[in-house]
Design a protein around this ligand. Structure first.
Ligand code: NAP
Length: 292
């Protein structure tokens, strides 16, 4: 059945691709942005355009300040506040609606922390670090919806592979020049998901009322950074002999580097697998072939 979906952050990497796919599947999309001619919201003032929630079946909440920036105190405040305040505004509005829509929100794989020995499914405990704190606060802000039995989904999203943006797009220039290589020891586990699979998973979450709570948005086969580096070099036909030492990452990126590119984190997408979600690109080689 065709649905009407309100998306925040639809101008971003994931939102843009998701809005296109949902439209071509026959759904109606309303976009909620900080600027532009359409529906707007202002997180500081706590306002949302009139009519934003009219006829809405689901809200997909993707908006948030970029993670990949130097984590000054102000940047960290923006990263946290943009997610918590945005969620709070939506939750308050949804709770007032006579027929509340499903609430499907981005979250991060870093919910589980940045250093886990074991592979983690959705039942695993939360972890340590700034991003883990952000993800926990982000998800907790939507708890009043769950308390009222309104369907909520949190996409604990791993590294999204796309040539158009995100981590892979940033890695492409050095790798194409043949000066790419493993990061740190290269032994750290990396979870990843191709953008086409992530968009399918969001669509699955919108259309399947059986999906609720946290969902690991990660392909079923995490790899080590060494393997990722080798596969990316192979896909581009370039050598990958020049490693980026841990000390350089820490100098260049500080705390952000420690919790992202140096993170040792492998996710199992148990819920998606149990519900029969079909991956377009379950392994890294096919994902790189698809997105590059
Ligand atoms: N891409 C990844 O690898 C990845 C991995 C894990 C989790 N996620 C999460 O998934 C969500 C979507 O990711 P994405 O890669 O599509 O993000 P993105 O490209 O950076 O887009 C996010 C959108 O959020 C809005 N935004 C930016 N700064 C904001 C601020 N300070 N306050 C409020 N809104 C702001 C913007 O929309 P408007 O300008 O239209 O308001 C922007 O288009 C994010 O919350 C991200 O943390 C992404």
């Amino acid at each position: 059945m065709n649905k009407t979906i309100l998306i925040t952050g639809a101008s971003g990497l994931i939102g843009n691709a998701l809005a296109h796919q949902l439209k071509s599947s026959g759904h109606t999309i309303k976009s909620l942005s900080r600027s532009g001619d359409g529906l707007n919201w202002d997180l500081e003032r706590g306002t949302i355009s009139d009519g934003a929630f009219d006829g809405i079946d689901a809200v997909v909440h993707l908006a948030g300040a970029p993670i990949a920036q130097r984590w000054t105190d102000k940047a960290k405040r923006d990263i946290l506040d943009s997610r918590v305040k945005g969620t709070q505004l939506l939750v308050d509005a949804i709770l007032k609606l006579p027929k509340p829509p499903a609430f499907i929100s981005a979250s991060g794989a870093n919910y589980y922390g940045y250093r886990r020995k074991e592979l983690v499914d959705e039942s695993a405990s939360s972890g340590d670090g700034f991003l883990a704190d952000v993800c926990q606060a982000w998800e907790a802000t939507a708890q009043p919806l769950t308390d009222k039995s309104i369907r909520t989904v949190f996409m604990r999203t791993s590294i999204v592979l796309s040539a158009e943006g995100g981590a892979l797009a940033k890695m492409l220039p050095p790798f194409k020049m043949g000066v790419g290589g493993r990061i740190g020891s290269g032994d750290q586990k990396m979870s990843w998901i191709s953008l086409p699979d992530l968009v399918d998973l969001y669509q699955f979450a919108i259309e399947d009322p059986g999906l609720h709570g946290p969902v690991n948005a990660a392909a079923p086969k995490p790899v080590s950074n060494k393997t990722f580096t080798k596969e990316l070099g192979k896909a581009l036909g370039r050598p990958t002999f020049i490693p980026l030492p841990t000390a350089v990452v820490k100098t260049l990126f500080g705390e952000m580097g420690k919790e992202t590119v140096l993170a040792d984190l492998g996710l199992i997408p148990k819920k998606a697998t149990d519900l029969g979600f079909e991956w377009q690109t379950p392994d890294l080689a096919s994902a790189l072939l698809k997105v590059l």
